[in-house]
Design a protein around this ligand. Structure first.
Ligand SMILES: Cc1cc2nc3c(=O)[nH]c(=O)nc-3n(C[C@H](O)[C@H](O)[C@H](O)COP(=O)(O)O)c2cc1C
Length: 146
């Protein structure tokens, strides 16, 4: 198992509707290659976690990093991992500001992920716990149904 996490900035003309269209295709591709993960969006920033076989994950990241629909693609981590954090989703999507019922806990979590830095780059347990929390919150919300 191999996991890549990166951050990027959405182009201003990449609309929510186009993001959902892109995700439909992405889910088909990811399913075929046994790739799972999550794509989080907050005020124009993307943060994506991609997990699967190393060669598939690296190949997908190479494609994604050249995609003109986002810029400033910044690799945060690329490492061998023991378990999948998002085994039930080929690519679950969530926009922090989309759901006005967002709970405080989710805001805290997203802020830690997008702006905290440390939790993401820290190897080991704290990171696992962090993604477990993200998974639990997205699961609760059954976001976007993808
Ligand atoms: C932020 C972002 C995340 C993406 N995530 C995925 C993904 O998880 N899986 C995927 O196959 N394509 C993903 N893509 C799309 C790829 O960059 C690329 O467009 C696609 O794989 C090529 O498919 P197509 O030629 O059929 O459009 C993503 C693109 C962006 C901008």
């Amino acid at each position: 198992m191999f996991t890549i996490i990166y951050k990027s900035k959405a182009k201003a003309d990449f609309t929510p509707n186009q993001i959902l269209q892109m995700l439909k295709k992405a889910n088909v591709h990811n399913k075929k290659h046994n790739i799972t993960g999550c794509l989080l969006y907050h005020r124009g920033d993307f943060l994506q976690l991609i997990e699967g076989a190393e060669k598939d994950v690296r190949a997908l990241y190479t494609v994604i990093s050249k995609d003109p629909r986002h810029t400033e693609v910044n690799l945060l981590s690329a490492e061998k991992t023991l378990l999948r954090s998002f085994k039930d989703w080929n690519m679950v999507y969530n926009d922090l500001d989309y759901d006005s019922n967002d709970v405080e806990e989710k805001r805290r979590l997203f802020h830690e992920i997008f702006y905290g830095g440390e939790a993401l780059s820290n190897p080991g347990r704290s990171k696992l716990v962090l993604w477990k929390e993200v998974n639990a919150i997205l699961n609760e919300k059954k976001t976007s149904g993808l």
